[in-house]
Design a protein around this ligand. Structure first.
Ligand SMILES: Cc1ncc(C[n+]2csc(CCOP(=O)(O)OP(=O)(O)O)c2C)c(N)n1
Ligand SMILES: [Mg+2]
Length: 658
């Protein structure tokens, strides 16, 4: 190893980061300066990737969990030739640049995950490692490891303080995800100063308790020590590894090193100058990197990319020897056939509901159809599968010993579950769903938001959707959650009314390519809508029952309240008020329909309207001025009595429209 070029190359990361943050007059230099040696060692000596094919499925993943250190990643992507130009580095944090404040998946080539909310990256990394292990178990053959890569996460003190790190790492330890390697940028500093003021636990011991191999690098500038630790981490084939790397925040900048002021503000023009001098950086001009450094990175990149060429050759052999598996692999990768688009061809999927059915049960039946036609469907629940009806029969359980299983057991860890679902989707090759009670969506909501932000079609199965849960009482009865989920941009929230609407919701979810879908499902039985209408749920809102003649009144309802609306319609019709029932299982999809369609469903001439939903009325004003809903917390008691207590009744609807 040539020490000098290594040092220059590490310093190039530091200088580019400092220059970019200084020019933007905004950003976080502390992490890139302190963690540059660790990142350089990892990328130059251990990771396999191909800058010309940043999405190559068998690349090693790198998640910068401390997303505030984005300039570290952008410097790496520039230097390794991922297409980020020096102009992009100069445009750091500027509007529409390829170098936004925090790394954004899908926006900048080479960014494997959007990070910024601390700790989330650790959860997503676990999801990626699960995906790797599952796909490896499914496809690898003797001598032909189709999927065989590491997932690296770089996390700081903040990530370690966040609860999600414990949720995610505890599961990773249990699952023995040995190809997950966490590099801990341990600098004892966060925003308010020394971490001693709020964080004194022994992180390594904690990870040891989770079932990790734990390693310590005392000097975070020692490339050889870091190299050795990463090699040791890779060598453990039983346990995931944590490498605590002691670093100094803002390393190399004399006035800032080791100080919290290095965390989140530009170093200052004078300090950037001092950094250059202190590091012996040969060039005074900003954003200029010596040719020899670029050459070094180019040759390292070429080396890292050899793995891709080798893999291409391997796949050729795989295709020859195992054509059936190859076909399936391509199906997993979404390159062959499209089973999801043909779901309605399956008789049971499109069937009419028989008798009264809870939509969670309908969903359970549908999941068990889906898992047969979509072999890459994988998912599970946060310890509630028997209640959320998400278990896929005959698909096995994912565990350390049985990684080919498709039922995931997240344990009682909703937040990590959301992040892991996203991590699986980020990995590619699989379609993930996660599940819990709707009221506990509050515990995973930040990750639902992240799926929407990253444009990932993760599916959220959220049951026990209202006061209809009954006796468990207000802690278990969602009220404002529907409004909250509907307010998340780029997410579809479905609250289906019967089996066929539930099928339509799943159809939408399985065919979604760039946004998550949430299914909000009832615990209690619901009657079937008239035969055939439920399929229209794919339009978000539709006429579930037409008025006789021109409508005088419209009831807009969702989920369990559509049945009540039907009862009310009968009473209103009998009174001579011609009533239309509009089922609105997905407000967001309805809003996307053409004006003509929407006017057809909700004619502006019909102003006598009421919305009915056993939840907060927030958000319904756009369709009607009268609402039947619940703007208080619920109560404990039998569901039918609760519906009466809170006035969600056919009589209340009749009164509102009479
Ligand atoms: C969930 C979440 N809470 C708070 C923040 C704001 N924040 C950004 S960085 C940071 C401190 C992080 O400290 P550390 O991970 O040690 O990073 P370092 O200062 O060492 O770079 C905080 C509180 C955030 N990004 N995400
Ligand atoms: Mg820190």
């Amino acid at each position: 190893m040539n020490k000098e070029i290594d040092n220059l190359s590490v310093n190039a990361i530091r200088i580019l980061s400092a220059d970019a943050i200084q020019k933007a007059n905004s950003g976080h230099p502390g992490l890139p300066l302190g963690a540059a040696p660790a990142a350089y060692t990892l990328w130059s000596r251990h990771m396999k990737f191909d800058p010309l094919a940043p999405q190559w499925i068998n690349r090693d993943r790198f998640v910068l969990s401390g997303g505030h250190g984005s300039m570290l990643l952008y410097s790496l992507l520039h230097l390794f030739g991922f297409g980020l130009k020096i102009e992009d580095i100069m445009n750091f944090r500027q509007l529409d640049s390829l170098t936004p404040g925090h790394p954004e998946y899908g926006h900048t080539a080479g960014v494997d995950a959007t990070t910024g909310p601390l700790g989330a990256g650790l959860g997503m990394a676990v999801g990626m490692a699960i995906a790797e292990r599952h796909l490896a178990a499914k496809f690898n053959k003797e001598g032909l490891p189709v999927i065989d890569h590491y997932t690296f996460a770089l996390a700081g003190d903040g990530c370690m303080m966040e609860g999600i790190s414990s949720e995610a790492m505890s599961l990773a330890g249990t699952l023995g995800l040995s190809k997950l390697i966490v590099l801990y940028d341990s600098n004892n500093i966060s925003i308010e100063g020394s971490t001693d003021i709020a964080f004194t636990e022994n992180v390594r011991k904690r990870f040891e308790a989770f079932g990790f191999q734990t390693l310590l690098v005392e000097d975070g500038t020692d490339i050889e020590a870091i190299d050795k630790a990463i090699a040791e981490a890779k060598a453990d084939t039983e346990r995931p590894s944590l490498i605590e790397i002691k670093t100094k925040i803002g390393a190399g900048c004399p006035a800032k090193e080791g100080k919290s002021s290095a965390h989140g503000e530009p170093l200052g023009v004078e300090n950037v100058k001092a950094l250059r001098e202190n590091l012996g950086w040969p060039i005074e001009e900003s954003f200029v990197v010596p040719d020899e450094v670029y050459e070094n990175y180019a040759s390292l990149a070429e080396n890292a990319a050899k793995a891709h060429a080798d893999w291409d050759a391997l796949m050729k052999e795989y295709a020859e020897k195992y054509p059936e598996d190859m076909k399936l692999f391509n199906e997993y990768m979404g390159e062959a056939g499209d089973a999801a688009a043909k779901l309605y061809d399956i008789p049971d999927f499109a069937k009419d509901q028989e008798g009264a059915v809870a939509t969670r049960n309908a969903s359970g039946q549908i999941i068990n159809i889906l898992c047969k036609v979509l072999p890459n469907l994988i998912g599970g629940s946060a310890d509630l599968a028997p209640s959320t009806k998400t278990y896929m029969n005959d698909c096995g359980d994912f565990s350390k010993a049985t990684p080919e299983g498709r039922n995931l057991h997240f344990g009682v860890r909703e937040l990590a579950m959301g992040a892991i679902g996203n991590g699986i989707m980020l990995h590619g090759g699989l379609r993930a769903f996660v599940s819990t009670f709707f009221v506990f969506s509050d515990y995973l909501k930040p990750m639902a938001r992240m799926s929407a932000l990253m444009k990932l079609p993760t599916t959220f199965v959220l049951t026990h959707d209202s006061i209809g849960v009954g006796e468990d009482g207000p802690t278990h009865q969602p009220i404002e959650q529907l409004a909250t989920f509907r307010a998340i941009p780029n997410m579809l929230t479905f609250r289906p009314a019967d089996y066929t609407e539930t099928a339509a919701a799943w159809y939408t979810a399985m065919n979604s390519t760039s946004r998550p879908v949430s299914l909000v499902l009832s615990r209690q039985n619901l009657p079937a809508l008239p035969s055939g209408v439920g399929k229209n749920a794919v339009r978000g809102g539709y006429i579930a029952a037409e008025a006789e003649g021109a409508p005088d009144a419209i009831i807009i309802a969702t989920g369990s309240e559509v049945g009540i609306a039907m009862e009310a319609k009968a009473k209103l019709d009998a009174k001579g008020i011609n009533t239309r029932v509009v089922s609105m299982p997905c407000v967001e999809l309805f809003d996307e329909q053409s004006e003509t369609y929407k006017e057809g469903v909700l004619p502006s001439s019909v102003t006598n309207r009421v919305t009915v939903e056993a939840a907060s009325t927030f958000g319904w004003d756009k369709y009607a001025s009268k609402h039947i809903g619940i703007d208080t917390f619920g109560a404990s008691g039998p569901a039918d009595l609760l519906y009466k207590k809170f006035g969600i009744t056919a009589d209340a609807i009749v009164e509102a429209l009479s």
